[in-house]
Design a protein around this ligand. Structure first.
Ligand code: ZN
Length: 415
């Protein structure tokens, strides 16, 4: 028997026990050395499958190629991508995955901390899981289905492709990244080495979901220079930068706040503030699906600051706006087949395809603008970054099927 004769579930159960938490405070790359432990294991498993070029680079990325077995020469290279790290929000050390067979809708009490209860009433997607086998953590850690479900699915799809040469495909590239959860997941990707025409991150939620849109995102820093004076003798002189900053924040319309928006509406959101009487700095994030509206939101903020500053004639301010990432749809609409094939693959896997947008960003939004158009397909992960994270065995299997169908569809459509 081949050493690698695991099911997707067996792979998943092995990967989640390896602690791969990333660390935003670290200046190294990857942010934590321990992420390479999973990277090394994946490389070993890939090499055991006969994937000769599988390797881990100095930054903690795993690259591998499943060589084409189709006689056709014009099939574009496609890439499947998942991240190996888990979120800093919740411990990922000593994860003990638990398998709950044949879920029937009852609350799941996590044994190592019985205050952690996964309730049907709070996890709407559980209603689609009756009769399925669920995997959770034991109550004191996250599970790490985000994104080790995706890692296990890509690994198992690779194994199936190797084992079943009757499934025809072009060159398939695999990419496993570190540090996605701290926003650095694609910082050191070697795009030339990757050399793919299209990519798919496998990091989505419910079975059947495909995401082809993310926010466009800017960061804005508002700096205010006020006038300091001894508070006992400040009448008519002092202009407190703290109070000016507070007035600007208070003037941002409620209908442009995260707590006041959903669906396709964007927002202006102060994320941190530091201030003294003389100077104050406010960091904002600005989000919208539409780039013009995004620019419009920055203009609103600029106008508010200018209006407030009129009341403080000796003070000054400036607003520096920096782009963070852009809506991947701007790239994907130039190559509609990338999403169309994914929709088709989901249907062939026996699911309803559900095209959605993400009120956030993904590695794919940055990859799309680095030359690799890259929508997101479901991995089955739920309640990520929490102790109540769960995934279903059947959904993971459907994700493997979707990946296999996607490889076949790309082969079918080219000469
Ligand atoms: Zn993720």
């Amino acid at each position: 028997m081949n050493l690698n004769d695991y099911t997707v579930t067996e792979r998943f159960l092995r990967y989640v026990t390896i602690d791969t938490q990333s660390d935003p405070a670290s200046g190294s790359f990857p942010s934590t050395e321990k992420q390479k432990n999973l990277g090394r294991l994946l490389v070993n498993e890939l090499q055991d499958m006969g994937i000769e070029d599988a390797h881990l680079d100095e930054f903690g990325y795993v690259y591998a190629t499943i060589p084409a077995n189709s006689a056709k020469r014009g099939i574009p290279v496609i890439c499947f991508c998942s991240h190996m790290d888990t979120a800093p929000d919740c411990s990922g050390a000593g994860v003990e995955p638990l398998l709950h067979k044949n879920y029937q809708g009852a609350d799941i009490i996590l044994p190592d901390d019985p205050s952690q209860v996964i309730k049907l009433s709070q996890h709407a997607d559980l209603k689609n899981q009756i009769g399925h086998d669920l995997i959770t953590a034991s109550g004191t850690t996250l599970l790490g289905a985000d994104n080790k479900a995706g890692v296990a699915e890509i690994m198992d799809a690779c194994y199936q492709l190797v084992k079943h040469p009757e499934i025809k495909h072009g060159d398939i590239r695999l990419l496993f990244t570190p540090d996605e959860e701290i926003g650095r997941g694609v910082d050191k990707v070697d795009m030339k080495k990757l050399g793919a025409f299209a990519g798919y991150t496998v990091d989505g939620e419910s079975a059947g979901n495909i995401e082809d849109e993310t926010f466009s995102a800017d960061g804005a820093v508002l700096t205010i220079r006020g006038i300091s004076a001894h508070p006992g003798f400040a009448k008519g002189k002092m202009e407190s930068a703290i109070k000016i900053a507070a007035a600007v924040i208070a003037a941002v319309p409620a209908e442009l706040s995260p707590e006041g928006t959903d669906g396709r509406k964007g927002f202006i959101h102060p994320v941190s503030i530091e201030g003294h009487v003389e100077t104050a700095t406010v960091n904002f994030i600005i989000r919208d699906f539409d780039d013009e509206k995004l620019t419009g939101h920055a203009a609103v903020l600029r106008k508010i600051a200018a209006e407030i500053l009129k009341e403080f004639s000796a003070s000054s301010s400036d607003l520096e706006v920096r782009p963070q990432y852009r809506n991947m749809k701007n790239v994907l609409r130039q190559h509609p087949q990338i999403v169309d094939y994914a929709m088709e693959a989901v249907k062939r896997a026996g699911l309803n395809a559900n095209l959605r947008s993400i009120r956030g960003g993904t590695d794919g939004s940055r990859l799309s603008f680095m030359g690799l158009p890259c929508p997101n397909i479901f991995a089955g992960e739920h309640a990520f970054h929490s102790k109540q994270e769960w995934v279903s065995v059947q959904d993971m299997q459907k994700a493997v099927d979707t990946i296999l169908h996607l490889c076949m569809i790309w082969e079918e459509r080219y000469e």
